[in-house]
Design a protein around this ligand. Structure first.
Ligand code: NAD
Ligand code: MG
Length: 396
């Protein structure tokens, strides 16, 4: 029996994680559930799973939530803030890191530094702090398993030695290329001139996946694929030149690995996050996830095309940040978070998201981070710069 903390349990990945856990009460117990401020969803989850702890990142809501639990006769202890998140991340056997954005960095690192099994959905944490993060995994003997469907697919296609020992470099065991697939999002064929007018709801209507709003916008700009490129460099010990991004509109192949003998291995399945979640939870065993069989005959065909960098300038920006290294990915990520938030709030048009990030990348100094403090400093500077650019609307 393993205890599991689900950071970000009220979000899209969090809810899918609880769905899988509920299918295996004999294997997993829920240790802690956490939310930013979704009280009602968290309350229902606490009622269903009776965790030892519930954590609200927004400390102002704790008293109200604790009295609701008491009234209902539930004896889950309520913690709050970043410290509460870090505490529950450290204490369980397994931590699912499913907070969105930079807010997930410290709690995810807390689980890594406690040497636990960490299921990584929060790609932003690894993008921001790649070298420090991977170094901490080794130093503290943590087990890091990718939840992002593409990285989980790549992991499943890796040479056996690299799966069982994360220090064995796949490119030294016959791998010669990683093919990172992405659907191209809802605007793959929208006329370029129309992109300036798209609404948040249109951007969040992903053709294949149902996800939180931030990652949905990232998928529409393909910044998501850019962040995933950086994520893959760290997870699989390679640089961006060995990773091709392939647009695959059906999202049936979740990524591929090419070997020196000409073999290409792919992982296929219905686009449902419960598959990578179940894979990582049980690895190296397999458990039922609730996902139905892929009907490959009904699917009929699989299409592939090269990504259009004119349509998706965020791909170029992310590749540049990957090559530049240092705090460049952290700056990219923070500028993107601010620009996406402004777009979702109706303060920035869709086509300007990339322009904001490009200007921030040109203005903020890039350094080699020595510690998380340096990463957070770069993140903060980038946010301030992006907010200023958006407020002044000085976009080209
Ligand atoms: P979501 O917006 O649906 O959920 C986010 C969760 O984080 C919620 O529980 C929310 O309460 C919590 N949260 C938000 N801000 C917080 C803060 N400041 N402090 C603490 N908690 C906070 O997001 P999601 O779609 O589930 O994505 C979560 C992460 O997983 C992201 O990093 C995303 O890139 C990654 N991911 C998601 C999917 C997917 O299918 N949704 C796929 C691959 C990777
Ligand atoms: Mg993904």
């Amino acid at each position: 029996m393993q205890s599991v903390t689900v950071l970000g349990s009220t979000g899209s990945v969090g809810v899918s994680t609880l769905d899988v856990l509920a299918r295996h009460p004999e294997r997993y117990s829920v240790y802690a559930l956490t939310a930013n401020r979704s009280l009602d969803v968290l309350f229902n989850q606490v009622e269903t799973f009776s965790p030892r702890y519930a954590v609200l990142a927004d400390a102002s809501l704790v008293a109200e939530f604790a009295s609701r639990l008491e009234l209902a006769g539930l004896n889950t202890t309520v913690l709050s803030g970043e410290e509460g998140l870090c505490t529950v991340a450290r204490e369980a056997d397994v931590t699912m890191a499913a907070i969105v954005g930079a807010a997930g960095l410290l709690p995810t690192m807390a689980a890594v530094e406690a040497g636990k099994k960490v299921l990584l959905a929060n790609k932003e944490a690894l993008v921001m702090a790649g070298p420090l993060f991977m170094d901490a995994v080794v130093r503290h003997g943590a087990t890091l398993l990718p939840i992002d469907s593409e990285h989980n697919a790549i992991f499943q296609c890796l040479p056996m030695q690299s799966q069982s020992d994360s220090q064995v470099i796949p490119f030294s065991k016959g791998v010669q290329r990683i093919l990172l697939t992405g659907s191209g999002g809802p605007f793959r064929t929208t006329p370029l001139a129309d992109l300036v007018n798209v609404t948040p709801d249109q951007a969040c209507a992903h053709p294949n996946w149902s996800m939180g709003r931030k990652i949905s916008v990232d998928s529409a700009t393909m910044m998501n694929k850019g962040l995933e490129l950086i994520e893959a460099c760290w997870l699989f010990h390679t640089d961006a030149s060995n990773i091709d991004i392939i647009v695959h509109p059906q999202s049936v192949i979740h990524s591929m690995v090419e070997y020196i003998d000409g073999s290409i291995l792919a992982q296929l399945g219905n686009p449902d996050m419960r598959t990578p979640i179940a894979h990582a939870l049980a690895w190296p065993e397999r458990i039922v996830s609730g996902v139905g069989s892929l009907d490959i005959i009904a699917q009929g065909r699989l299409d592939f095309e090269a990504p259009d960098e004119l349509r998706f300038p965020c791909l170029r920006l992310a590749r540049d940040a990957a090559v530049r290294g240092g705090t460049a990915p952290a700056v990219l990520n923070a500028a993107n978070e601010i620009a996406v938030e402004a777009f979702l709030d109706g303060r920035l048009d869709f086509a300007s998201i990339a322009l904001v990030i490009e200007q921030v990348m040109a203005q903020v100094e890039i350094v080699e981070p020595q510690s998380l403090v340096d990463v957070q400093h770069a993140d903060n500077e980038s946010r301030v710069c992006a907010i200023e650019i958006i407020a002044k609307k000085t976009l080209a």
